[in-house]
Design a binder for this molecule. Structure first.
Ligand code: FAD
Length: 424
């Protein structure tokens, strides 16, 4: 059962507008019922409401309570698992994905503009290299973008240029991409929820769905009410364990973030004068950026399943000082964690468990962009256009035996495996 308030994150403390939609009561009817009010659910609902569907969203806790309201806020291009999709379809991944890779970015920008969403949206992103093979990957990525006439500034940076941009010697080079960017994810999610309501959607909070009754019309049931709908979209991602068929299809991996005290201008102009988001390519990665009020938001993966802010603070301070030793004693005001869905194939999981019950989950930590694309694809699927949906749905999820029952040891093993792989 999800708690009824947001986690103790920097985002929850600074969201300004937080939602307080009434719980689901009594029997309701809709064209589409969406379960979960993170980016996937809200984005789907907004796409559908804009097309004139009567959409009801049922959320166990609050809009943006899950990964969507807690993440690094980094808007990253591309879709995890692209190679596996290409392998499955036997076509050139570039042809298949040229529009899809950046579609989420366009949807985010367009919504921010159209609905006036104040979410600290900024351009700029830096992939940083720890190993020579990372530099080779960046060079290939760069070449592909140049060939595709990518309309934003992109540049391969030397070690010295990287140091000039982010004030650390920790990396051997980088790839700057001003087409990517960052935002305050909870403000964005709440802004999109308000937009969906303005287009006629209904949102219920504090309403955990306890079961789905399948049939010609599906009935989504909570303790005090139900929504009967022509279609259901399950968008509970790593926080969902309602449907048996979806158990064990992805690893629930934890990621954590700390927010320092606000930094003086002299420091921010040294460590991040262009205000870009930064991320390394490891699975057990480090990622960081400045917030609008100039805190360092520093994130990473650790093998931990709890929520103890003191423990998270201690572990991430250690990681942060490998990049910025000068922050060894800096005050850390917020520390929190969240859960990400990682499929074995890394391919986002779009599919259906019944003819009229769709699901959409598992973005492997790259969900800010891809959830927005996924929302559009789910709305298309409900409307009967399945071309893009099938690109993903045809790659069947790999079920990990025991992943559902033995989550913690399985995830610990998985993280250990990737830690070793990162070092190679
Ligand atoms: C710490 C952290 C950092 C991250 N950093 C980045 C980043 O920088 N860039 C990036 O692209 N991605 C990042 N991600 C990943 C990204 O946040 C996710 O991929 C994305 O938010 C997933 O959105 P979602 O809507 O599918 O799931 P969620 O946001 O998790 O939403 C699922 C919702 O479903 C609800 N729900 C579940 N079960 C039920 C039920 N039975 N009844 C009703 N409601 C239910 C939950 O309460 C929840 O609100 C990060 C994730 C974490 C945790």
């Amino acid at each position: 059962m999800q708690p009824q308030s947001h986690t103790g994150s920097y985002y929850a403390a600074t969201a300004g507008d937080t939602t307080d939609f009434a719980p689901l009561l009594g029997e309701q009817h809709a064209d589409v019922c969406v379960i979960g009010a993170g980016f996937t659910g809200i984005s789907t609902a907004l796409h559908l409401a804009e097309r004139g569907y009567n959409v009801h969203v049922v959320e166990a806790s609050r809009v943006g309570w899950g990964a969507s309201g807690r993440n690094g806020g980094q808007i990253i291009g591309g879709i995890a698992g692209e190679k596996n999709i290409a392998k499955h379809h036997g076509k050139d991944v570039d042809d298949l994905f040229s529009e899809l890779r950046w579609a989420g970015h366009d949807i985010i920008r367009q919504r921010v503009k159209q609905y006036g969403i104040q979410c600290d949206l900024k351009p700029g992103y830096l992939d940083v290299a720890i190993k020579q093979r990372h530099l080779r990957e960046f060079a290939a990525d760069h070449e592909r973008l140049v060939k595709a006439d990518f309309p934003h500034e992109i540049k391969i940076l030397t070690k010295n240029e990287t140091r000039d941009l982010i004030g650390t010697d920790a990396y051997i080079g980088a790839h700057l991409n001003m087409g990517n960017g960052h935002l305050h994810p909870l403000k964005m999610c709440v802004g999109e929820a308000r937009a969906a309501v303005s287009q006629g959607a209904t949102i219920y909070e504090q309403s955990p769905v306890t079961r789905i009754e399948h049939g010609h019309k599906a009935r989504v049931v909570t303790e005090h009410g139900a929504v009967t709908a022509d279609f259901v979209v399950i968008a509970g991602n790593a926080y969902h364990n309602l449907e048996r068929k979806l158990r064990g299809v992805m690893f629930p991996v934890r990621s954590f973030i700390i927010a320092t005290e606000p930094l003086p201008e002299a420091t921010t102009s040294r460590i991040n004068p262009r205000d870009v988001a930064v991320c390394d390519p490891n699975f057990v990665l480090k990622y960081f950026r400045l917030s609008a009020d100039k805190r360092l938001l520093f994130g990473g993966r650790i093998n931990y399943f709890g929520e103890d802010p003191a423990f998270i603070r201690q572990k991430l301070r250690q990681k942060m000082t490998t990049i910025y030793p000068e922050f060894a004693n800096i005050r850390i005001d917020y520390a929190w964690g969240g859960t990400i869905g990682v499929p074995v194939t890394r391919v986002p999981q779009l599919g259906r468990i019944a003819p009229n019950v769709f699901y959409c989950q598992g973005y492997s930590g790259h969900g800010v962009n891809v959830t927005h694309l996924a929302g559009r694809i789910m709305a298309d699927a409900v409307a009967g256009t399945l071309e893009q949906f099938d690109l993903f749905a045809d790659v069947k999820p790999f079920i990990v035996p025991g992943a559902y029952l033995f989550t913690k040891p399985m995830v610990a093993l998985g993280v250990l495996y990737y830690q070793i792989k990162d070092r190679l």
